[in-house]
Ligand binder design. Structure first.
Ligand code: HEC
Length: 186
């Protein structure tokens, strides 16, 4: 009897350790998957001027080069990066979703409608203003207290998830890609 109990105790103990280990590994993996999409540790320095339609605008490309519009779409539909379509409707992105193709629907479909549509946005704002909006909307619309994230800032946030601390959502290059795509929305 004594032997069996001791044995059972050992088995239960080992099982506990194994489960705890597996859980730990799972938690670790889950945590690590949060900010591993190339978020930026450093942000570009930029000069803010007054815009034509907005109080703030960034005239110069953050990288000194123009961005790539097609890549811009990639960052805009990426669920952990731009995820712009969670809030904004964009007809030319929606048109990429095919009714009979679930993967394309998941990627390009299902746009939110809690923010203004981005259709025609290049007619409402200059390139410099669009850049300011993507970099840090709080400077572009200082009175709006906007729910839109500041995409090219790596400080000034509270309660940031562990490994996302000190990272900006979009790199300078990706901001330029997004701006290049926004410029096509006429
Ligand atoms: C959490 C929701 C949310 C997300 C995500 C979001 N936005 Fe916005 N955005 C807004 C809201 C709300 C406004 C309107 C300004 C305000 O806050 O009053 C706005 C305004 C804008 C405007 C100005 C539109 C206009 O016609 O005045 C642009 C351009 C824009 N967003 C681009 C983007 C891009 C590009 C992304 C992704 C990289 C993005 N937004 C992600 C909520 C969001």
């Amino acid at each position: 009897m004594k032997v069996t109990r001791a044995l059972l105790g050992t088995v239960a103990g080992a099982a506990l350790i194994l489960t705890a280990g597996a859980f730990d590994a799972f938690a670790q993996k889950k945590k690590k998957s949060r900010c591993k999409d190339g978020e930026a540790e450093t942000v570009a320095t930029y000069k803010v001027d007054k815009g034509e339609n907005l109080p703030a605008a960034i005239a110069a490309s953050l990288t000194g080069k123009p961005g790539n519009a097609e890549k811009g779409v990639k960052w805009m539909v990426h669920r952990r990066l731009g995820n712009c379509i969670a809030c904004h409707q964009v007809t030319s992105i929606l048109q990429r979703a095919k009714d009979d193709d679930l993967a394309s629907l998941r990627k390009y479909g299902f746009h939110g409608k809690i923010a203004p549509t981005l259709d025609g946005v290049a007619e409402r704002y200059t390139e410099a203003e669009l850049r300011m909006i993507v970099v840090d909307i709080k400077q572009a619309f200082p009175d709006a207290n906007s729910i839109m994230p500041s995409f090219h800032r790596n400080d000034g946030f509270t309660r940031v998830i562990g490994d996302c601390k000190g990272l900006a959502i979009l790199t300078a290059e990706r901001v330029e890609d997004v701006v290049a795509f926004l410029k096509t929305l006429k």
